[in-house]
Design a protein around this ligand. Sequence first.
Ligand SMILES: [Zn+2]
Length: 320
Amino acid sequence: MNYIVVDLEWNQSPYGKGTEVKELPFEIIEIGAVKLNEKREIIDNFQRLIHPQIYNEFHSITKEIIHMEIADLNKADPFDVVIQQFFEWCGKNYRFATWGNMDLIELQRNLVYYKITGYIDHPVPFYDVQKLFALCYYQNKVPRTLEYAVDHMEIEKKEVFHRAYVDARYTAEIFSRLDLEIIKKNYSFDYFHNPQSKEEEIYLYYDDYYKYITREFQTKEEVMVNREVNSIVCNQCKQRATKKIKWFTTNSKTYYCLAYCKEHGYLKGKIRIKKAASQNVFAVKVVKQISKEDASLLLERYVEFKKRKKEKRKGKEKAL
Ligand SMILES: [Zn+2]
């Protein structure tokens, strides 16, 4: 299997918020990618500019960072042509690697906007090199900039950042030097196209947490009564944990829960309800091992939530 390290540059409405095309706030204007073989050696690269169809001037931020003129883009092919060349170049057996999780999302948003199907229509596994870099060097997920990582790894800075092919090359260089065991254990999943069926649902187990991305349900209530969604399993022993607090929410989008594994201690459950393109909903559940201190903080939040709920109910009774 090859690795495709990809980086995109995009432009946005030059006239500021509220003037953008809602379905495509970020229009891709450059694709840069590096192909690595199984040993993570560079075997090929890809670089194309894209003729914009939506925003024909640069936003000031784009202009500041990208070091080119819009006229340079107008000589290029449009997105639909370039993207076809790109996926042909990717080949068949590969996995994406990107700096952060934004590039794949914007790539898919652009594909959907132009109604280009057949390339990415399902959840995609990928390597988030920004997350992997933090895990390898800081044992956490604090996001650092690409330039920070390049400096940290003492990679020679031959070219200016923020051109897709340059950033892709730097990202590939970093990726090729990271600990392979950590990489393999910590792949990510992009769910811009959320799971459509039970078979497509995603379970990801990491050292201190697990993530479950469900299929679609018609309503939020339907998601929350599903046993697989609302039960908590310990990420270490995979045994069902005992709930100390029931699922509760303060904004009806994010739910929390506290559970306890006899062997491995406290677990915090978090469910985010997301809207699918079909207007149905799906859930992203994260169950994380937490300290006793964090468990009591969560318990405090729950008590506060109950108190407020009670007060609200009393207020309503009074009004009646
Ligand atoms: Zn356990």
